[in-house]
Design a protein around this ligand. Structure first.
Ligand SMILES: Cc1ncc(COP(=O)(O)O)c(C=O)c1O
Length: 326
């Protein structure tokens, strides 16, 4: 079936476990974590799941070059570089901003992993990928574009598959989960989870915390998610009829803007690190974790419920925010 057509890149299934020490601080709730920071691809993260499907699709289409885009600290780009190294594909990354004097965090790793890096100034979401593709194909090699964040239906299949993985783990471990909190940015992770919950009859309430308040090429994240679901309908037996109003995205924690780290994210990082010894990243997972803690503190969830934080990875960018984490 469609979900088996993937290039193996990750250590799956990723572990799920209780946050027992943190749970004692919130007696109304039982807290759990899903460890996609342990997918294993050069530092791990959620994009490994998407890349299993995207890289397979590139190979199926006889492409020898992979081109994708993101911010300089993009976890997606770092994992794409690692995936290309494994699959023997040439990797080109189109990153926002200008070339810094020193490469740090994810940028450093993408370079070490052999990616060819291009700087795109203001355009951090792949606006210039089509023109770069034309240039790259001049020598006759076919180039495969992975959209910003790996967010199209092919990439989202990684999270359709992940929901099946989680459901099987919960059955095996006899755990019932009421809520899943996670970081949502380009939308593919969320779209995949929505489709997965529908396909596998998994009854859970998703709490996607929005990370980036900016649009992507003139389209809102909600719209992008709906478009991916609509594309999913063409290849999968999705039951529900989703409208824009059904796409929930919690926009209460994105005010500082993408990549701007505030005391909320710093406190979230320190809270999880000092109670459970787990590192989250400043840009995505700390913002989402802060959103979850806020919901717990304000008792916005039903009492005695089981709450899962889906750790989507990203720790290398922490080294780019050393001044904030002193
Ligand atoms: C660590 C981390 N978490 C969450 C996300 C959000 O995933 P998506 O872009 O699929 O919404 C990203 C995206 O780059 C990420 O790097």
């Amino acid at each position: 079936m469609l979900l088996h057509n993937r290039y193996s890149l990750g250590f799956l299934p990723t572990p799920i476990h209780s946050l027992s020490k943190l749970s004692t601080k919130y007696p109304d709730y039982n807290l759990f974590i899903k460890r996609d920071d342990h997918t294993g691809l050069a530092g791990g993260g959620n994009k490994t799941r998407k890349l299993e499907f995207l890289i397979q699709d590139a190979i199926n289409n006889n492409c020898k070059i992979i081109l994708t885009a993101g911010a300089q600290q993009s976890n997606h780009c770092r994992q794409t570089a690692a995936a290309c190294a494994i699959a023997g594909l040439e990797c080109h990354l189109l990153l926002g901003g200008t070339k810094p004097k020193i490469y740090e965090g994810n940028l450093l790793l993408s370079n070490v992993l052999g990616a060819k890096i291009h700087f795109a100034g203001e355009n951090r979401k792949g606006e210039d990928m089509e023109s770069l593709k034309t240039e790259l194909e001049i020598k006759g090699k076919k180039c495969y574009i992975i959209p910003y964040g790996g967010s199209n239906i092919t990439g989202a299949l990684g999270f359709v598959h992940a929901i099946k993985e989680l459901k099987d783990q919960l059955i095996e471990q006899k755990i019932n989960i009421d809520y899943i909190f996670f970081a949502s940015s380009s939308g593919g992770t969320q779209a995949g989870m929505i489709i997965g919950c529908d396909l596998f009859n998994f009854d859970v309430e998703l709490y996607p915390i929005n990370i980036d308040k900016d649009e992507n090429m003139g389209s809102s994240t909600e719209n992008n998610i709906l478009n991916i679901i609509d594309d999913g309908k063409k290849i999968l037996d999705i039951k529900a009829d989703y409208q824009l109003k059904d796409i929930k995205l919690i926009r209460d924690y994105d005010k500082a803007g993408y990549g701007n780290v505030t005391k909320e994210e710093i406190n979230a990082i320190k809270e999880l690190a000092t109670t459970e010894g787990i590192i989250i990243d400043p840009v995505y997972t700390a913002r989402a974790f802060n959103g979850m803690l806020d919901h717990l503190n304000k008792k916005k969830l039903k009492p005695n419920s089981n709450v899962l934080f889906w750790h989507t990875g990203g720790f290398p960018s922490i080294f780019n925010y050393a001044d904030k984490l002193k």
